[in-house]
Ligand binder design. Structure first.
Ligand code: HEM
Ligand SMILES: CC(C)=CCC/C(C)=C/CC/C(C)=C/COP(=O)(O)OP(=O)(O)O
Length: 306
């Protein structure tokens, strides 16, 4: 973009942003999995919800997650500008005014939370509100710039969608959605730190105290392994507690064994072998497939065994 006399700073151009930039602001690729886990929570819940209301509930999760992502980028425009991975986002690239991102994020937050309450119930609406507030205030504003454990606690925000989906149908929260919350909660550290191992130079440049930057690679690899072990317990908990059936049981067992193998390879790794995909990259990619598979299995189980 050519520089404009109306610019008040690098990140605050005066121009109407393209609709595509508003879509980009919602981090659509990451949110596919967020929405999928919410959908699975909804489909696994006992009871009945009208398809139109079910669709509205999932739409609200998507809009709420998009709103939270927009507010995250509104707050982090300067940080994003310093990292190669994020420098081309609408705000650091100067394609959108910061105020527009703020208004979009706040407006969408209210819209999604209120619509959720009107279409389903106010428990689902309240949990959606908590997850947005948690991502923006607890993770983005408070923990992320301060501690290397930022994603462990702050990552809880991303674990709420299955609880929201479940609550939208049942109006309450029981053992299975709590187990699914735990699964995502303990999945997040290996998911993110695996990625942080191969983009850590970016976080160092932006002054964000991500674990590999602060404690080094060896400690990060150890922590990935540690959280994978806890995640394995969370993944198998629904089976042990008899909350799911044989399809989830088999998927969780095999899927988690492979996750543990990849995490162990990350833990053991000392030197790079340029000929092969880095173990951390493999673990990161697999972490996404893993969650899709396990959540899908919860739903298949519920519908086949119903
Ligand atoms: C605080 C917690 C988390 C952090 C810091 C984190 C960070 C990241 C980062 C930096 C990427 C790289 C790609 C990008 O920037 O678009 C990524 C990718 C991804 N994350 Fe996470 N993540 C977290 C939690 C989650 C959760 C809870 C989910 C869904 C349940 C999720 C799903 C994904 C997916 C699907 C991708 C791949 C996107 C693509 O294909 O480009 N993440 N994550
Ligand atoms: C329903 C609802 C509100 C869900 C929230 C979903 C949620 C919190 C997902 C977390 C995933 C995510 C985009 C992390 C990025 O971290 P980052 O922002 O530190 O990544 P960056 O370095 O790419 O900006």
């Amino acid at each position: 973009m050519a520089s404009s006399p109306f610019l008040t700073g690098v990140h605050t151009p005066v121009l109407p942003a393209h609709w595509r930039d508003f879509v980009a602001l919602t981090k659509p690729r990451v949110m596919t999995l967020v929405v999928f886990t919410g959908l699975c929570g909804l489909l696994a819940a006992p009871g009945h919800i009208h398809p139109v209301l079910a669709f509205t509930a999932i739409l609200c999760i998507a809009l709420g997650a998009g709103a939270a992502a927009s507010l995250n980028q509104w707050w982090e425009a300067d940080i994003d500008a310093k990292m190669k991975r994020t420098a081309s986002r609408p705000l650091p690239a100067g394609r959108m005014d910061r105020q527009a991102a703020l208004h979009f994020g706040v407006g969408l937050s209210f819209f999604s939370v209120i619509l959720m309450g009107m279409a389903t119930n106010w428990l689902a609406s309240a949990v959606l509100a908590v997850s947005i507030l948690f991502y923006v205030f607890v993770y983005t504003i408070w923990l992320k710039p301060r501690t290397a454990q930022n994603i462990v606690i702050g990552g809880a925000a991303g674990a709420f969608p299955p609880v929201i989906g479940w609550a939208a149908v049942t109006g309450d929260v029981s053992a299975l959605p709590i187990a699914l919350f735990m699964l995502i909660f303990f999945w997040t550290p290996p998911h993110f730190w695996a990625l942080a191992l191969f983009v850590k130079t970016d976080y160092a440049a932006a002054g964000i105290p991500m674990l590999p930057v602060v404690s080094g690679e060896v400690a990060t690899r150890r922590q990935i392994w540690f959280y994978t072990a806890i995640m394995a317990v969370a993944a198998l908990a629904p089976v042990l507690l008899n909350l799911t059936g044989v399809i989830y049981g088999t998927t969780a067992l095999l899927g988690t064994a492979l996750f543990a193998l990849f995490a162990f390879q990350v833990y053991r790794r000392r030197e790079s072998d340029p000929a092969r995909m880095k173990p951390e990259k493999r673990l990161f990619k697999y972490s996404i497939l893993y969650l899709f598979l396990l959540f899908g299995a919860v739903v298949v189980d519920r519908w086949l065994l119903a």
